[in-house]
Design a protein. Structure first.
Length: 259
């Protein structure tokens, strides 16, 4: 159940629904990173039933998509970056069932698939990069069959670090702590992507016509720690488990909704 208080949209957020002039393109996670497996486990737990047609919107290099595809009869990955898609198409050729997979370029336009042709849509940390969030969500709504499932993630405002970095004046390091906690107008002036509270993403998805079923925080995977020993220790202690009830320990908000 979604708490009533979570449906109260932050006024700062409501009054700032316009493209940021400096939105950066997203970068997909690399093969083998924990974040890919953590997301895949969470998606599996949120599915009503296996099988059907999966659309992975913003698939990047396909590393995440290939993990998810094992649960579906057909999988389509969509992205605007042709370099990423070339890597994905190469991986498709070498996969166990290439006939079940396809990669499509969107070029920033509506996805070239028929309405109500998809059973599940996934989209991982993509919405914060697009020029028009509502147009994207409405197109995903169009593509889903009635009763179809939307599962997406967005950056969590309460994570200590701005996950996409911020181009702050006089500071060459773009991962300055607590930038994500700044007032939205100030954050959006410097950050390379949008960031969301739980209430923000609920309100957006519901405004696009979905029924929001579940929202929670995904534990930070800590893939960016360069020292393997430290990475192992923090994953076994503070950042253990795929979900967390403590927003400060989460890099992403996970939302599941029904068309």
């Amino acid at each position: 159940m979604i708490a009533k208080d979570d449906l109260e949209l932050n006024p700062e957020f409501k009054n700032n629904q316009k493209p940021l002039p400096h939105l950066a393109a997203g970068m997909p996670a690399g093969e083998g990173q924990l974040i890919l497996h953590r997301r895949a486990r969470l998606v599996d737990s949120l599915l009503h039933q296996p099988g059907g047609h999966l659309l992975d919107f913003g698939c990047g290099n396909g590393a995440q998509t290939l993990l998810l595809a094992q649960t579906f009869d057909q999988t389509t990955g969509v992205d605007i970056n042709e370099d990423f898609l070339r890597g994905f198409r190469h991986a498709i050729k070498n996969s166990a069932h290439p006939e079940r997979l396809q990669a499509l370029a969107t070029e920033g336009q509506p996805v070239d698939l028929p309405a109500e042709s998809v059973d599940v849509v996934t989209s991982f940390t993509v919405l914060e990069h697009v020029p028009d969030e509502m147009s994207v969500l409405k197109d995903l709504h169009r593509l889903l069959k009635p009763g179809g499932r939307l599962i997406l993630t967005v950056p969590n405002r309460w994570w200590v670090f701005e996950t996409h970095g911020a181009d702050l004046p006089l500071l060459p390091w773009n991962r300055v702590p607590f930038v994500s906690w700044w007032p939205k107008a100030l954050h959006d002036r410097w950050a390379r992507a949008r960031i969301y509270r739980r209430a923000d993403i609920i309100a957006l998805v519901e405004a696009a016509g979905f029924q929001v079923d579940e929202v929670f925080h995904m534990t930070a995977p800590m893939d960016m720690i360069p020292w393997s020993g430290v990475r192992k220790v923090v994953r076994q202690t503070v950042f253990k488990g795929d979900r967390t009830a403590i927003p400060f320990l989460a890099t992403e908000i996970v939302l599941a909704a029904t068309r």
